[in-house]
Write a new protein. Structure first.
Lengths: 284, 349
């Protein structure tokens, strides 16, 4: 507040976001209120039909399904990622950069390649089946690929590094003396974790959860590849409206609701983080 | 139809095209799917005619249609689109009415190619490739040779869980329409609902919906019976001699990819020269030999070797047979019903 210079430093980023994000989003928003032309163009007459259609049980159901899959993936990613971040933060300081490096290593390869790798592993003639056969398992393998489970695996795998990084930040900043104090005062290890460490790292957990949820709910590649297209997530529906059905206004209406959900969640997450850090400030 | 040409082949083409496109004087703009003509087609055209040209790529019909509708065709001279979309371009007044005098090589086309329902007499579109949609299967891994759409939609026990279907609206519904004996352009709501229910039942027996890698699933043995375009089944046949293609007894659709000259083109003579260049049997034949699609060019098809035709028997489907199948047509407003129906099928448990 006292120093106004940082505002100028933010100008390029704000300008970039305005031109390439805010304006396109507003255009999408506007599109949602027009009609689809008979040949797929846009007819510029006002309608609320597209927005109403989003709440049709068919499409609302697809929203719920997507939210369920995104929520499940985010919850699993948080549990697995938090544990990993905890282990990294507890490792000797000189080894931590190397461990973090391994955690983000998958990002060096393309998202599609990583997703295809799961197809290679999970398909009926894939590596996992091959290994099971080698070990003497002869019966028909249960279906691993092209299922909801495969989609959740793919999403968790792809977004796990975000959670690790988000949780590592607050964990590494924890003053070890606080945990020691808790132990000295008689709390067990579990109690120390639950009552002291966990509450102080809630912002990291919230950030990680929201990241995975937001990235998952709009994802369309993973459900198409690992789900075998057998169920639709909202991202697939939006994709179809723009690229096959040529119904841009309905696609825009779906996107608008999706953006609304994401913004709502990000706002909640900001509040949670604020509250947690506010609480800490009061304590100190 | 060619939306989903093989990515591997495509990537190589992108690289070559990016370099090729950058160095030439650009006056003619051609939009095509990736890898759908010879990688050196533009250079050869320039060498043959002296006209500079640039290739731009579109991934789907819908993508190029979006651009053409928005710009009223400006910025493009020749576009490759599937026939229902060529029809729309004509309805919107964006397609050039063709002067056959400027296309001497159009004489190479089979007479059947001039009798297509979407454009009899080729007044606004020139067919580039055509084919059928049917069943592609592993003859060594399937007890009963399939001959009906119901073999896919209500599979035998040994095939259940080992089938895939095309996910794109028109072809997914097409399998159901044909199985029921309806038109592939059926828009009656009750009939569409009936097909939806049939396809929801079929979904329970599927391995996956797949538009792009179904032939690879056949090769690996993950799937044994798939819903496929004939040309794409050939990619599987190329890798495994036990793979066969059959048009079910209820029939197929006839898909046709076409070349359209834009009415707004400012390089019309060059555009005609380009279409005429492609109709040269040597250039048109490239697609048959390399993409394994049938082309409606008589001398080009006659130039294929007997060995090649024996390796890919569906290349021998005659123009007379092809023209007997119903073409996919633009269905206008009913597209919305189709999209919704496909969403219902995909959302069903």
């Amino acid at each position: 507040m006292q120093d106004r210079k940082p505002v100028y430093l933010m100008a390029p980023a704000l300008g970039w976001l305005t031109v390439f994000m805010v304006i396109p989003c507003l255009l999408i928003l506007a599109l949602a209120f027009f009609r689809r032309g008979i040949y797929g163009g846009i007819e510029y007459s006002f309608t609320l039909e597209n927005l109403a259609l989003v709440f049709d049980p068919l499409y609302a159901g697809i929203f719920l399904k997507s939210a369920w899959i995104a929520g499940l993936s985010a919850a699993i990613a948080v549990i697995v990622g938090y544990a990993a971040a905890y282990a990294i933060a507890a490792a000797p300081a000189r080894r931590q950069p190397m461990l973090l490096f391994f955690a983000v290593l998958p990002f060096w390869s393309n998202y599609l390649v990583r997703t295809y790798a799961w197809i290679v592993l999970l398909n009926r003639e894939g590596l996992i089946t091959g290994v099971a056969r080698l070990l003497g398992y002869d019966a028909e393998m249960p279906r691993l690929l092209y299922s909801e489970g495969a989609v959740v695996i793919g999403l968790v795998y792809n977004y796990l590094p975000f959670v690790i990084l988000a949780c590592y930040a607050p964990l590494s900043r924890l003053n070890p003396e606080i945990a020691e104090a808790s132990r000295d005062l008689g709390a067990s290890g579990w109690k120390t974790f639950r009552r002291v460490i966990l509450p102080m790292t809630v912002p990291g957990i919230a950030t990680g959860f929201v990241f995975v949820f937001v990235l998952s709910i709009g994802n369309f590649v993973t459900p198409a590849l690992l789900g075998g297209g057998q169920f639709q997530m909202i991202g697939n529906l939006v994709y179809a409206q723009f690229l096959t059905a040529n119904d841009w206004p309905f696609g825009a209406a779906l996107s608008m609701i999706l953006i609304g959900i994401m913004m709502g969640l990000l706002t909640l997450q900001t509040f949670a983080t604020e509250r947690a850090s506010g609480a800490r400030r009061e304590e100190s | 139809m060619a939306d989903r040409l093989m990515t591997t082949r495509a990537l190589a083409t992108v690289a070559i095209m990016a370099i090729g496109g950058a160095v030439q004087a650009k006056n003619l703009v051609v939009s095509n799917w990736d890898g759908y003509m010879a990688p050196d087609a533009i250079e050869s055209y320039t060498a043959a005619t002296g006209n500079g040209a640039e290739l731009v790529l579109h991934a789907t019909n819908e993508e190029i249609m979006g651009k053409l509708i928005a710009s009223k065709g400006k910025g493009y001279d020749v576009v490759f689109v599937s026939s229902p979309f060529a029809e729309v371009l004509n309805n919107l007044g964006l397609a050039e009415t063709l002067d056959h005098a400027k296309l001497p090589n159009i004489a190479n086309l089979y007479p059947e190619a001039g009798a297509l329902k979407h454009d009899p007499g080729n007044s606004f579109s020139v067919p580039y490739a055509w084919g059928t949609t049917g069943l592609c299967y592993r003859s060594d891994k399937i007890a009963e040779t399939p001959d009906s759409w119901m073999d896919l939609l209500a599979p035998a026990a040994d095939v259940t869980g080992k089938t895939t279907m095309l996910a794109t609206d028109r072809w997914l519904l097409g399998a159901g329409f044909l199985a029921k004996g309806y038109s592939v352009n059926e828009t009656d709501e009750a009939k569409v609902a009936e097909v939806r229910d049939l396809l929801i039942d079929a979904k329970k027996t599927l391995l996956a919906y797949d538009d792009t890698t179904f032939y690879a699933k056949l090769v690996s043995g993950e799937a044994v019976l798939v819903h496929a375009w004939d040309g794409w089944c050939n990619y599987g046949i190329a890798e495994n001699g036990d793979i066969r293609y059959v048009i079910p007894k209820e029939g197929s659709d006839l898909w046709v990819d076409t070349m359209v000259i834009m009415k707004s083109s400012e390089n019309k003579d060059a555009a005609y020269a380009f279409v005429n260049f492609i109709l040269d049997p040597k250039n048109h034949g490239w697609a048959a030999e390399n993409i394994l699609y049938k082309v409606p060019n008589k001398p080009a098809m006659e130039g294929l070797s007997a060995d090649f035709l024996d390796s890919f028997p569906n290349m021998k489907i005659s123009p007379q047979e092809l023209i007997g199948y119903e073409q996919l047509r633009d269905v206008g407003e009913a597209q919305r019903l189709y999209s919704r129906t496909v969403s219902e099928i995909k959302a069903a448990q």
